[in-house]
Design a protein around this ligand. Structure first.
Ligand code: GLU
Length: 489
């Protein structure tokens, strides 16, 4: 069998969308599963909507997700360049081939003339199909139009191409995901393949590129199904093998509308800025249309690649459940290697002076606060009391847990014991805290958890948070003494 070659071909008119990330992932998985190649191609023929910052964002996001491409910008490969705007010299030859074969023609219609046609169709409540006004122009007519300064666009002759290769106007293909798909080609107007300024349109450039890059399987969103029929006709007109196609269902928001900014983050980088881990994002998007054979949803990229089968991908739409993503992200935060997690957490701690803690202490802090958070940005607030001298009390905490007579007794006694505490030994600290709680329970009948709420409140301003042993150890004796002194009236 020929080599399996797939590609992701984003248009850089925005940051890498989570839906494109899923398409990239499914292509990547298909390549890995079949010992194939995964190719990145930047489709920037629409210069007005393209920007370098979006291109950079696409590269960075794919890399952050671990979806490294085998050929493409940066890494090269035998069929580059992999950015369409650098390939403009390649396309005219194939336009000429189609012109020569009679499957394309020059169209001199102005935008205004086409607008009149479109309005006419709209008035008659008909889907717009180009009138083919220019299909049979004579050489004299063309010369005259040229002499008026008109520059032709090139249109593909749908009907001629179809008749050359199919008996019926209805053409079919077997989709890897959706099964048999068909389209009545009489509803496809003769579309432009090259604009009058010489730039190729998407449907044409994509075919030439996929052909030259020897792409064997095209896996993409179902919003491209109508394009696929046009593309099949172009492949046939060029006399080359048609690749296999697989179209994925759309990703919908929880309200079943198209996923958009209104629902929350949509770009991979936005999710990362909010505190999602790329590992969790990747795992989550894999489940939008695919299900693991053993039912275990949390899986690494390699495990998913092993289990992935394109024909088992669901043909229907998937719903992007933000709650499920949050849960999954929490699972990853809980299990991630602590050094790795600490590194990823740092951008969310920029308001603190991280030099106050050693790396080891910071790791302890993160380890003690990583549960039950769901996104890394939750840490910003959750680690606040590990930094600085003073604390801020959460509302009502001081009045209820620190200022009462009973609380003041607890704090005074706690303070008196501090010199005996071993602040460099977390285990020992736990024992000492346990003795302390027992003392208050036995002497005064105060519930151990109430005693601890008081100490915790005086040290952190809160009634819940990290393990008390970690808090004492990281704060150290001086800061603990200082905060308890301040809490005592
Ligand atoms: N540039 C197209 C897009 O971003 C690629 C479509 C395709 O995969 O053919 O939608």
């Amino acid at each position: 069998m020929d080599e399996i070659r797939v590609r992701i071909a984003p248009s850089p008119s925005g940051n890498l969308h989570i839906g494109t990330a899923r398409t990239a992932l499914f292509n990547y998985l298909f390549a890995k599963k079949n010992n194939g190649k995964f190719i990145l191609r930047i489709e920037d023929t629409d210069a007005e909507r393209t920007s370098q910052s979006y291109i950079d964002n696409i590269f960075d996001s794919l890399k952050a997700l671990g979806l490294n491409w085998d050929e493409g910008p940066d890494v090269g490969g035998p069929y580059g360049p992999y950015t369409q705007s650098e390939r403009f010299d390649i396309y005219p030859k194939y336009v000429q081939e189609l012109l020569d074969k009679g499957f394309a023609y020059e169209c001199f219609c102005t935008p205004e003339e086409l607008e009149v046609e479109k309005e006419e169709a709209a008035k008659n409540k008909k889907a717009y199909v180009y009138s083919k006004k220019c299909e049979n122009l004579t050489e004299e007519q063309k010369a005259k139009l040229r002499s008026e300064g008109r520059k032709p666009a090139i249109r593909f002759s749908v009907d001629k191409a179809r008749k050359a290769f199919h008996d019926s106007p209805i053409i079919h293909f077997e989709d890897l995901v959706k099964g048999d798909l068909h389209q009545d080609t009489s509803l496809i107007g003769d579309f432009v393949i090259m604009k009058s300024n010489g730039s190729p349109t998407y449907n044409f450039a994509v075919v030439i590129d996929d052909m030259l890059m020897k792409i064997s399987h095209i896996i993409r969103g179902e919003d491209h199904i109508s394009n696929t029929f046009k593309q099949i006709l172009i492949y046939e007109a060029l006399g080359v093998e048609v690749p296999k196609f697989g179209h994925l269902g759309m990703i919908l928001a929880p309200d079943r509308s198209k996923l958009s900014k209104r629902h929350g983050a949509t770009a991979v980088s936005e999710f990362v800025e909010k505190g999602y881990l790329t590992e969790a994002l990747l795992n989550f998007v894999a489940l939008l249309g695919w299900a693991p054979s053993d039912g275990v949803e949390i899986k690494t990229l390699d495990e998913i690649a092993h289990d992935f089968r394109i024909n088992e991908v669901s043909s229907s739409n998937s719903v992007f459940e933000y709650d499920k993503l949050n849960w999954m992200n929490g699972q990853y935060i809980k299990k991630m290697d602590i050094k790795e997690l600490t590194k990823k957490a740092k951008p969310f701690l920029s308001k603190y002076d991280l030099n106050e803690l050693t790396e080891e202490q910071l790791e302890k802090v993160i380890a003690a606060t990583r549960e039950p958070i769901t996104i890394l940005s939750d840490l910003t607030n959750d680690v606040a009391y590990f930094f600085g001298k003073d604390i801020e009390y959460e509302e009502g905490v001081k009045e209820t847990n620190v200022d009462t007579q009973q609380a003041q007794d607890v704090l005074k006694y706690f303070y008196s014991k501090l010199d005996e505490y071993d602040f460099n030994n977390e285990e020992k600290l736990h024992e000492q805290l346990a003795d302390f709680r027992t003392y208050f329970k036995e002497q005064f009948g105060i519930k151990p958890k109430v005693t601890m709420w008081t100490v915790r409140a005086a040290l952190t301003g809160r009634t819940h948070g990290a393990d008390m042993g970690v808090i004492l150890e990281v704060l150290g004796k001086d800061r603990v003494k200082y905060r308890i002194e301040k809490a005592i009236k």
